[in-house]
Each structure stands twice: as C-alpha cells, then as structure tokens.
Design a protein around this ligand. Structure first.
Ligand code: HEC
Length: 171
C-alpha cells in the first residue's frame, strides 16, 4: 500500500514535470479534430457506446483522442488520469467525466481473466453477472486459464464476446 502510494505520487510528479516541459518547450497548437463518426473507414478504434461523444469532444482538445487510448488502464487508473486532466484544464461536467470514465474502463482496460472478481469481469468484459460468475466458477474448478480457447469452454460465454476482446485479455 505504502509502495503503491509512493509509486503513484512519483508517477504523478513525473507526469506533471513532463507536462510543464512539454508546455514550456513546444506549446503545441490546440488543434481540434472533429470526431469522424460518419467516416466508414476501417477500424474506428472508438466503439460506439455511451461516452464516446463526450470522450472525443473533451479529450481530443489538447492531444488527439487516439493518444488517450494508447495504454490500457484499470478503472482506478483511468479515474486518476481523468482527475489529472481536469486539473490540466479539461472541461466537462461531472456527468460527462463519469461517462468518459465508464467508457474507458469498459473498452480500454485490461481483462485480468485469472485475477479479476466476477464484478470486475462483468465490467471489463461487459457480460451479464451470470456469465461473469460462470467464468469465476470455471476458474475455481479447473485452475487458471492459459489460452483464449480455454475461455471459450465456459458455459454461457459466447465466442464473439471473447474474439472481440481478446487483445485485452491478460492471463
Ligand atoms: C487541457 C488540456 C488537456 C485535455 C483537455 C486533456 N488532456 Fe490528457 N494530457 C494533457 C497533457 C498536457 C498531457 C501530457 C502530460 C502527461 O503525460 O501526463 C496529457 C496526457 C494524457 C495521457 C497520457 C498519454 C500517454 O502518454 O499515455 C492520457 C491517457 C490522457 N492525457 C488522457 C486524457 C483524457 C481521458 C482526457 C479527457 C477527460 C484528456 N486527456 C484531456 C492535457 C490534456
């Protein structure tokens, strides 16, 4: 706990320092790229669920929205990032910040398939509670998952769900 706190503080400090350096040395022009919701180009990295619009508008101001999703983060980590961005001057109301947090946690967080609680799996995999509980039950019975294929054996967990999220699965 102590270590975590220290690490978090160190991280925050390095980021602030970086931000100051970035701002001082280059002060990049604030370019706002309009969300290209309609361009049917292959592979829009932003799934179209609640929070997408808010994210593209609020978080695409100082850097691109794509910058935001380069690294997967847990819900807690996303929450810290958003707080920091608010301090940097990101403008949104509480509801929008909450929507953005939910959106990022849902689509851009690691799925810790062997460690997560059913509640966590429900959120990160975006599956019903019953399915999340089935994953945990399967894990308890058979031991840790080692491959995506093994996951497909969990009753009630459909393979499309797994296929579309497998890049985020951490064993
Ligand atoms: C007022 C300007 C501003 C806005 C608006 C803004 N950011 Fe940032 N953001 C920054 C700056 C400056 C940095 C670089 C400093 C750093 O690395 O922390 C940054 C960096 C980041 C990074 C780190 C990128 C990396 O290297 O992994 C993430 C993630 C991020 N922002 C997320 C967000 C999210 C989410 C939002 C919307 C809620 C947002 N930002 C809105 C200023 C902003």
């Amino acid at each position: 706990m102590r270590d975590m706190t220290r690490a978090t503080i160190a991280l925050l400090m390095s980021r602030v320092a970086f931000a100051v350096v970035t701002a001082a040395s280059t002060s990049p022009p604030v370019s706002q790229t309009p969300p290209s919701a309609t361009s049917g180009v292959a592979q829009d990295p932003f799934p179209n669920t609640d929070g997408r619009t808010a994210l593209l508008r609020v978080c695409g101001n100082c850097h691109t929205a794509e910058t935001v999703i380069q690294t997967m983060r847990t819900r807690q980590e996303w929450s810290e990032v958003i707080d920091q961005m608010a301090r940097f001057g990101a403008e949104a109301n509480d509801q929008e910040f909450e929507q953005i947090l939910t959106y990022l946690a849902k689509h851009f967080s690691p799925i810790k398939i062997n460690k997560a609680t059913a509640k966590d799996l429900e959120a990160t995999l975006d599956v019903p509670a019953k399915v999340a509980e089935a994953i945990v039950a399967y894990r308890l019975e058979k031991g840790e998952f080692k491959t995506v294929d093994e996951l497909k054996k969990v009753p009630g967990l459909d393979s499309v769900t797994i296929e579309t999220r497998k890049a985020r699965v951490v064993f």
